[in-house]
Design a protein around this ligand. Structure first.
Ligand code: PMP
Length: 405
């Protein structure tokens, strides 16, 4: 079947020789459909002004675009509008929680529980909170299939736990964390749960209310939207008790020479001029996803991953990390080719027109846990085709030959 969505992505159109980039690095960042690019251009062409500042018509339109995008993101996460803070990316969202919640509500003797599979942006901020507050950082370790067991959750989430931060889908293993089990245990001991949705939001619906998490972070650029845009969901009562992260214009109630009060709700955390063009692109990307529909997207991506894993299963010199069952995977497959450095694999694949990621994937503790320094990662999105997967597999067959093995 012809992929009906590729035509929406100008960067993936074929060149004059009919060659098209095989882009298998969407977990790093996705490409943008014209629907998103056009929405951003439309905003800058017709509606650009500084929101929340002017009272003239154009500024009101910019404010409407800004608040309209917040409403769209809130809908996407099944949250209320005043529970969505716009940030630059997942990293800033998680740092906001670490600095405004962690530094103020955690103390010596408390425990912060995270998984060893966390991306550095859901790990280093907690190291810093632990260092500053005296709280201890406690790691959850997965079993041999890459999954967190109930036993491990029971052992590590205890009366001392005050915060659990977890990636909903690992950017290396592509497996969904048992969020419901984590939330149940964390809430039973009065701890809050921070969900890193960077790799889940692009591949499955995320209903923060049904999951009952306290915070959730995502990046728009992994969701077919522009870079420099992200969001944080936070329960309103938590937002109300947290002090600001950054301070300056637009996040204040009133400012006096020696004191200031804060704006209400998410605006308390949105200091300075916002990236409204990015927000508009973010909202347009969510419309694009909705238009395709989750079931269609998930079926399409799972079929691609199944094809990839089936092909890899016939390569005895290739190791896949984490449970290789496609139905249990989202977005990514990480692997190594025996006796070939991942950078060499990626370079050889690039020569064959296939773009994948190689390195530690900002997950060095996980690399240590797996006993590897780095690995290759192929990731899929709506615009990938079975031919893309075959190109990956064919070029992989070639890697060991090129290396003289
Ligand atoms: N968490 C996970 C699981 C990720 O994959 C990434 C991006 N690689 C991030 C956090 C950080 O995202 P960003 O760089 O957009 O802040």
């Amino acid at each position: 079947m012809q992929n009906p969505w590729i035509k929406d992505f100008p960067i993936l159109s074929a060149d004059e020789n009919g060659t098209r980039l095989v882009y298998l690095d969407s977990a790093a960042t996705t490409q943008h459909p014209t629907q998103v690019l056009d929405a951003v251009t439309r905003y800058y062409t017709h509606d650009n002004a500084n929101p929340h500042r002017g009272v003239y018509d154009l500024a009101m339109r910019a404010t409407d675009a800004h608040e309209g995008a917040r409403h769209r993101v809130a809908q996407f996460f099944h949250a209320e509008d005043d529970e969505i803070v716009f940030t630059q990316n997942t990293t800033e969202s998680l740092n906001l929680v670490a600095y405004s919640y962690g530094l103020h509500f955690l103390h010596a003797g408390d425990e912060i529980v995270i998984s060893v599979a966390e991306h550095h942006s859901d790990l280093v901020p907690w190291q810093r909170v632990a260092e500053a507050t005296g709280a201890a950082l406690v790691y959850l370790y997965p079993g041999p299939d890459g999954r967190l067991t109930t036993d491990e959750l029971d052992r590590k989430i205890t009366a001392k736990t005050k915060l659990v931060a977890i990636g909903m889908v690992s950017n290396v293993l592509g497996l969904r964390a048992p969020v419901e089990e984590i939330v149940a245990r964390a809430h039973a001991v009065g701890a809050v749960v921070v969900l890193d949705c960077a790799q889940s939001a692009p591949h499955m619906p995320v209903d923060v209310k049904a999951l009952d998490v306290d915070f959730a972070a995502c990046s728009a650029h992994k969701l077919y939207a522009p870079m420099g845009m992200g969001a944080l969901y936070a329960r309103r009562e938590l937002l109300d008790k947290m002090p600001p992260f950054l301070s300056g214009g637009d996040m204040i109630g009133a400012v006096h020479e020696h004191s200031a009060t804060w704006a209400e709700g998410p605006r308390k955390f949105e200091a300075g001029t916002r990236n409204v063009g990015g927000e508009v692109g973010f909202a347009a990307a969510l419309d694009y996803i909705d238009h395709i529909g989750w079931q269609t997207m998930m079926d399409h991506e799972h079929a691609l991953l199944e094809r990839m894993l089936k092909g890899m299963a016939d390569m005895p010199w290739l190791t896949v990390y984490g449970d290789p069952t496609a139905a249990k995977r989202f977005g990514v497959v990480s692997f190594n080719v025996q006796d070939v450095h991942p950078h060499d694999v990626a370079t050889i694949l690039d020569a064959g027109g296939v773009a994948i990621r190689a390195g530690h994937h900002c997950a060095q503790p996980l690399m240590d846990f797996l006993g590897i320094g780095s690995c290759c990662r192929a990731s899929v999105a709506i615009y990938n085709t079975p031919e893309d997967i075959d190109a990956l597999l064919n070029n992989l067959e070639n890697v060991r030959k090129v290396m003289g093995l």
